[in-house]
Each structure stands twice: as structure tokens, then as C-alpha cells.
Write a protein of this length. Sequence first.
Length: 370
Amino acid sequence: MPHDPYKALYLHMPFCVKRCGYCDFATSAVAREDLRIDEYVECMVLDIRKASKEGKLGDIETIYLGGGTPTHIGASRLSSLLYGLSVSCDLTKDGLEFTMEANPESLDERLVRDVWALGVNRLSIGVQSFDDEVLGVLGRAHDAQSAREAVEAAHDRFENVSVDLMCGIPGQSDESFAESVREAVRLGVTHVSVYPLSIEPHTPFDQLVLANLMEEPDDDAEAAQMELAAGLLADAGYSRYEVASYAKPGYECRHNIAYWTGVPYLGIGLSAATMTQNESRRMRVTDGEVTDDLDRAQMEAEDLMLGMRLARGVSDERLAEASKHLPDAVQEIESLAADGYLAHEGGRWRPTKQGWLCGNDLFGRLLDLA
Ligand code: SF4
């Protein structure tokens, strides 16, 4: 179908040094020397060149190289990939945001300098915790000290460095979690993402829970730790611009905001979703299979839902536009406000603290409008 141009590009690198116990991402534990990684990188470069020739990369404003663990493939392969990308897409374009995910066990100063020189301008480091015991429970391949060193190495070239932290982990006390948040602040990162642990089907953690060898994360304890992070990060000058994302002013992740604001994106690599849309239809395709095919009303409901993930919420104009396709939208928004999930201020409907705490209910009711 004719569709709006892609503004965001996602590249997926599905390799890790080992598999963490909670992970259900599209990735495999593969030794760095394995030739399958070379083949994968070559295919990815060919796919990027093809996308460029088809004119799909001309309007790209944000790029995200995620995984898996992109840094696991090493500096040499990453350089080939980034070089291939640089001849297919203008990486010097004013304002282009180019994020690469990194894990502490495979991020060193040489790699930091190489990827920076080839156009990456934001690093997102999978730290999860600065507590060795907690990292052990998660089955991470790094310890707290190497996480600190990775953030310091990143700062050798990058000013825009994000860390991911996780809460609700079995055995993780509030104090341990709070100390990890404080450590991220002390290290001077510009962005922090905070996720509650969730037990995904068919993961080792799922097996442990089913065998009564691990307790399921407690929703209230997770919510309390999310609030703890919100308080500590607000005190340190980070604003919570999305339910799980905190940034120093000007360092909000534009690629993720593109996902939450209905911007078409192109995915290249295993299990990387591509979203196309025009006036009347939005489609997501993963590995050649249509995973979502939304009509206009469903698009509007999804946009309202995604909008409420963001602190800025949804404007009155946007709601009026959505109402043309969702007759009950205004009534439902008012009902969500009456329940304390939303507040109306400055011409916008914004999620409240309560709304984010009960996110599943809030988001579900908006999706149900279509
Ligand atoms: S490093 Fe990330 S992608 Fe790799 S197994 Fe662990 S959680 Fe999954």
C-alpha cells in the first residue's frame, strides 16, 4: 500500500554471550568467533543497501541498533556494519539520533571510540543493577564493577549515555534498588530506563516460578520501587517523560518517542518489526508476517493509548480528531479522569501517577475503544 515515509530505523542484532534467565527477546547465546555472526552482518548490510536503493532511508531521523547485544559481535564487525550503513543513509544529518545498545561485558574504550567515529551518538547500556547479588540472580554476564567501568568508558566519547535498570527482582531490597539508581546518577548518565521484572512464558525464570523455586514478582513491591526511582531521579534533575523513562532536559530518547507517537518505522534483521501507515490503515510486519493490521479507528485507539505512556499525554485537538473515528472516546477519557487516571491541564489530557501505576487498566480501556 502507498504509505508515509519511514522516520525511524531499527536494526536487530540477535546474539548474546549468554542468555539471561528472564529474557524472551529474539536472541541466542553464540560465541563471538562463530561465523554465523559474520554471515548475519553481511546479510544485514545487503538489506540496508537494498532499503537505501528503494528510497526507504531518505527521511530517517532516528536509528536504533538493538539486540541481543550489539557489542557482543566486536569492534571489527560493528565497524563493517556501520560503514555499510554510512554509505546508505546520511549519518551526519543535522539532529539525527543514532543509539546503540551495549552490555558491560563487551563495551571497552576501543569499541566506544570506533562506534562513535562511525556515527553512533547515543549509547544505551544494559546495566540492570549495580548489585552483584542481584546481577547473579538475573544471570547477567557482568558484575557491578564492569558496569561502572562501561559507563565510564562510554563517557570517553559520548555525552548521551542511558542505562537500563530493573526492579522487582527476587531478593532485591528497596535499598539495593535505590543504591543502583543513585549510582547511575553519580555516574552522570543523561537517561535512565526503569523496568519491572516480568516473568515471560518459556523462560528459565518461568520454569522456576512454575516449580515453586522462585517467587513471582509482587506487583505492589514493583510499583513501590518504580515510585522510589521516580522520587530519586526527580530529585536529581531527571524528568519522567514516559512511564518507564527518565531524562535530563533535552535527552529524551527520540527513537522511542517515535514508537509512542505513531511514526512509521523500518525494521531490519531477525524479528525486527516494520510499521507502515497511511490515512486509513496501519500495518506491522515481522519476518514477512503481518502481525498487526489496524483500521483507522484502531489506529486512533492505539495512538490514544500510546499517548498516555508519555507524560505530555494527548492534546484536546488530538482527542477531537480521534473522536471522529471513536464515538465514545471523550466519554471514556472523562471516565478515566473521574477514576483518577488522567488529569486535564493546559489543553491536554495527561496520565496521573495513579494512571501509570494502573497502566494495564488505563491502556486497556483506551484500546477497547476500537
Ligand atoms: S543480554 Fe539482554 S538480550 Fe541478551 S539474553 Fe540478556 S536480557 Fe536477553
